[in-house]
Design a binder for this molecule. Sequence first.
Ligand code: 6PG
Length: 627
Amino acid sequence: MENRIYIFMGVSGCGKTTIGKLFAETLGAKFYDGDTFHPESNIEKMAAGIPLTDDDRYNWLVDINKQARELFSSGQSAVFACSALKEAYRVLVAQQIGDAVVWIYLKGDVDTIHLRLKNRKGHFMSPELLQSQFDILEEPDSAIYIDTALDTNTIIQTIVKKLTKSEFGLVGLGVMGKSLARNFAGKGISLSLYNRFIKGSEEQIAEKSISEYPELHSAVGFEDLKSFAESLERPRKIFLMIKAGEETDTFIDELVPYLNNGDVIIDGGNSYYGDTQRRILFLKLKGIHFIGTGVSGGEQGALTGPSIMPSGPAEAYKLVERYLTLIAAKDKSGDPCCTYIGIDGSGHFVKMIHNGIEYAEMQLIAEVYVYLRYAVKMQPPQIAAVFTEWDKSELNSYLLGITAALLVKKEGDAWLIDLILDKAGNKGTGNWATIAASELGQPATLITSALLARYVSTIKENIRVNGEQATEHNLETISLPEIRDAYRLARIVNHQQGFMLIDEASKKYSWDLNLAEIARIWTNGCIIRSAFMEELVLVLKKDSNIFENATVLKQLKIAKSGLKMFAVSALQYDLSIPSHLAALDYLNVLMGNYATANIIQAQRDYFGAHTYQKIGDSTGKYYHTEW
Ligand code: 6PG
């Protein structure tokens, strides 16, 4: 171990001499009591109850520093006890050896320490001086914080633990971060955990998580970044699970000064892929690797095995591969649902499309529900039974399963679903996916329709239009097998559009993405895992456009009439089914003979001489007509 100067600091009576001595014994290092460096004049003042001034303290601090420097330069480690109450004092004590100094702050409240001091015999410090010490105390930004109320053994153990290097660091102990930390620790990875300190709302978060979960007991918690960074083996591997956007940039700026060449930051938040690309380039200039990774599976997935979609420099991925694959879900062959997606922000792009597909899958289920509930007039448990039945078939999916479960939840006498406000939220990934599709000229109509359905739901409260409801007496509903076909087909379209979008981005940005491998890591752990995703692993090995696959094509033809009947019937009941309609419309264009685009081209040429191409003209020539 490199030699270090450990300085126990805190107000008089905090226990720095006792603990410092014990710690020195544990290390086999020399112990120095800072009080013995005071000149006689200072001791006299203190004994007379007169607080020391900064001038009084100057020579004292310089002498301690001189001693510490001598020891350090002779290659020794040593332990000091020194109150060092102000930042300026600490700067003096650590001058020229700053990097080698480890500050350990014994923190306690006035009352406890006052009581201790009163009981202490033969010490020159009068207890009345204590308040004056608290008055000038500036708590250190960078130190190992120890609660003096703990027993001596626990204190020593905690310090040793905090000084032992961890393999992996995790930042942000929100719902997802905490679950991921437990997952890592459960796989035997030694962890340093950091959570920011916000007075009154986020205090001791890491320590609290560590004591709450047995699997985290060997992890070490931090609230200051310097000590956190110092606690990690190099090259450091630091996983961020914090809010995407500006907060991530701000945090990276704060962290970077404590990092070294070759360290790796992994961003596991739902970051925008463009931000990830920018961060990779920015950090590369500083010699730091950046990996942006999609993580899917919610709280439970994070704990038991999420699907993980990392991208960035391949050499950086190699450094973290072991850790990510260890915590990932496993596919049916036992391989991790984690794969190197590609360069740049491709991992976050793929996660963004995952979320887009997720939006549409959720919306499709909701639309089937609305039809079964308000056209077929089934009650929630009956609908749950239908979904459970389907879930046992090739329609099996995580989202269908959870919907069946949530439909039978009651609150009092009511179905909970009937008490939930009909207004959908979102955190932005569906919006980004829609924008990306549009930028790439890709018709991701299901993702878009599902996103817009959420938006429409938010304006409904304010803009309710009173209108005629359908007269239902002469309407007939369609059969369950037909509804099933409609849902099955719309899902196929959703996946076809999602993978086409990924493929287009891969070509446009030269990412060389492996669609079958992406489908494979989505077969478990993530929110859109399903039996169909299993099928797609094989299909995508051959065809990036799944409509080119003979088996898929056959299903399209069989199920199309079910989708049409569902759409017509639901519309007659005045129900909103935008994503099924989007699927049907998409198929009508791709499978039908009649298009609208010839009219659009003629109109464009009419008013703007934008030209058009002609059917059967293999030269690809553009024509203009003087209309
Ligand atoms: C996942 C989810 C998750 C997402 C939530 C909320 O893969 O685990 O996609 O990352 O944040 O589903 O998304 P919205 O708030 O936008 O619905």
